[in-house]
Design a protein around this ligand. Structure first.
Ligand SMILES: C[S@@+](CC[C@H](N)C(=O)[O-])C[C@H]1O[C@@H](n2cnc3c(N)ncnc32)[C@H](O)[C@@H]1O
Length: 178
């Protein structure tokens, strides 16, 4: 269930671009692989806060054994309940059912102006019964993101298929074309 190296490397790239004092959220820590890629992208920075949410206590227990920097906070709980309490973020990796195929609006509400949202596993996986079961919901995620005028959206033919979005700031959203 961990993210593939393509998603991981992209997470590192996006994390490295986080503005000073920025905030990052991962939904679905799993055993911590995606989080490790985020931390690697931040290198020795200590001005960024990284939050990661996992509701499976066994997976959360594994990720908690790693020696994370002090600016990483691991939350054990349901993303749908925690999302409204965590504030806004400059980068969100929505990699859990909660906050992606369920409650995507809660995730979008947590995306700061100029913030970026990454979702992976957006290509159909006909040989994967788990992914097949959620495929209609994945298509709905794609439609929801592509149809949101407050987002700039790119579909990336990369790894497991990604959608990368940036929340327009109001100034950008209203600026007429040059
Ligand atoms: C694809 S795995 C995450 C992999 C991880 N992001 C990585 O890159 O290594 C999805 C995880 O989301 C968790 N999850 C699913 N629904 C959740 C929810 N509503 N709240 C929190 N975690 C959830 C699952 O328990 C699972 O560990």
């Amino acid at each position: 269930m961990s993210c593939d190296p393509h998603a991981g490397r992209l997470l590192s790239v996006l994390a490295a671009a986080i503005p000073p004092g920025g905030r990052i959220l991962e939904l679905g820590t799993g055993v911590g692989l995606g989080l490790a890629w985020i931390v690697a992208g931040l290198d020795e920075r200590a001005d960024v806060a990284v939050h990661s949410v996992e509701m499976d206590t066994a997976a959360a227990g594994v990720s908690a054994t790693a020696d994370w920097p002090a600016w990483v906070t691991l939350h054990v709980g349901d993303a749908l309940q925690l999302l409204p309490t965590l504030g806004q973020f400059d980068l969100i990796f929505a990699d859990a059912q909660g906050g992606k195929t369920e409650g995507l609006d809660l995730t979008l509400a947590a995306l700061a102006p100029g913030g970026q949202l990454l979702v992976d596993d957006m290509f159909e996986q006909p040989d994967n019964p788990v992914h097949r079961a959620v495929w209609p919901a994945i298509q709905a995620v794609r439609q929801r993101l592509l149809g949101d005028p407050s987002l700039m959206v790119a579909e990336l033919d990369y790894g497991t298929g990604m959608v990368l979005c940036t929340r327009r700031s109001s100034a950008l959203g209203t600026r007429p074309p040059a």
